[in-house]
Design a protein. Structure first.
Length: 387
């Protein structure tokens, strides 16, 4: 363990860490259904085989919490009775979880935690949800809080909404906790009903290509897209009181109110309605083993995100365009909030290596950046072990 940049050196007793609870908390992919979750629509995520690992122990102190990130080589300590926002963004996901647990009236005591991540930051595979859910699940086990899995999902989302001030939907946290190995989840984000769809993608694998760019529009534009959708709902609600979110809106309603909604919000809303339909069509394509149809839906999703929702960027578009004439790639789309992060590609397994070589060269020539390939497999949700 190296000394760290902030004021506290890593305590000596962290070198002989006697673990009481171990957690493996996965990142997630989303096959299709982007920006539909906060509109109470449909999504199709899964946890993946890339994770954040936590080790927890009690430290016999009433209030003192000590956390060391091996990944960032940073150490932080704080008191449970003084949970305040940190300047280091990653700490706020953890502080937010503690804040939400305490709001539920649950009692925590002093603890130590070491964490290590395999998840790249800003790649759109939801390292933040893995951080929140793994941390919440570990504390739940360490202190026998008896919080059910669904409460872990919801409090982790609240931590991000309330403490981090990112107005995310529930998809990331749900997928991180509730996923089943080798399945996608068709999740209804309103009722939280989940159907587990076998991830039978035959001779293909899922290849993520990380653009390694993160345009600083991401947070502000994410919140503005959400606002545009919610504004349209408020207009439609004046006549149709049963409409509580965009998922209750029909194309006919959009047409009826298009003058009041305005051209930009109208584009956003049409995309969301079309994307919800694509999630349902994807379920059919997966169930019938029709990978060509699945691929077409992925491309259509990307074009909607590019032209209607306008959350893509030149780097993402380049990677999707580059894949489109390859017979061994069935589908490709941007994944995540947008303005950077990854594309997700449905590609024949035996073509992956040569494609990575080819696309890396082209991407480097165009942007002078090297993309990072990540092959992922749909995997189990959060795994917690008492040692």
């Amino acid at each position: 363990m190296k000394p760290v940049e902030n004021n506290h050196p890593v305590p000596e007793d962290f070198r002989n860490f006697k673990t009481e609870v171990k957690v493996a908390s996965p990142g997630r992919i989303n096959l299709i259904g982007e920006h539909t979750d906060y509109n109470q629509g449909f999504v199709m995520p899964s946890a993946i085989d890339k994770k954040i690992y936590f080790k927890f122990r009690k430290n016999n102190n009433d209030n003192l919490c000590r956390i060391y990130s091996e990944t960032f080589e940073t150490y932080v300590e704080f008191n449970l009775d003084k949970i305040l926002k940190s300047k280091n963004s990653w700490e706020n996901y953890l502080l937010g979880v503690i804040d939400e647990i305490q709001k539920l009236g649950k009692t925590l005591k002093g603890f130590d935690c070491i964490l290590k991540s395999e998840l790249p930051i800003g790649a759109g595979i939801s390292s933040s949800a893995a951080l929140e859910c793994g941390f919440a699940g570990g504390l739940n086990s360490l202190f026998s809080l008896n919080l059910p899995q669904m409460e872990i999902v919801k409090l982790s989302q609240r931590a991000e909404n309330n403490f981090v001030s990112s107005n995310c939907g529930i998809m990331d946290q749900f997928a991180s906790v509730m996923s089943k190995k080798n399945h996608f989840i068709k999740l209804d984000c309103e009722s939280l009903e989940a159907e587990f769809i076998p991830a039978e993608i035959q001779n293909c694998k899922l290849l993520l290509l990380n653009t390694n760019v993160s345009h600083n529009l991401a947070d502000s534009e994410y919140n503005s897209r959400r606002q545009q959708c919610e504004n349209a709902v408020q207009i439609i609600q004046q006549k149709y009181s049963e409409v509580k979110a965009l998922r209750h809106v029909s194309f006919e309603m959009l047409e009826e109110f298009k003058e009041k909604i305005g051209p930009v919000s109208l584009k956003r809303c049409r995309y969301v309605l079309e994307e919800n339909a694509r999630v349902k069509q994807t379920e059919k394509a997966l169930s019938s083993g029709n990978l060509k149809e699945l691929g077409k839906l992925m491309y259509a999703s990307h074009r909607g995100l590019q032209h209607q929702y306008e959350v893509s960027c030149p780097e993402l578009d380049f990677l999707v365009d580059f894949s489109e004439d390859k017979s061994f790639i069935y589908g490709s789309r941007m994944m995540g909030g947008g303005f950077g992060g990854c594309t997700i590609n449905l590609i024949e397994s035996d073509k992956i290596d040569e494609y990575i070589t080819e696309v890396t060269k082209a991407y480097q020539q165009k942007f002078n950046i090297t993309p990072t390939p990540i092959t992922v497999v749909p995997d189990e949700g959060t795994q917690i072990t008492k040692v």
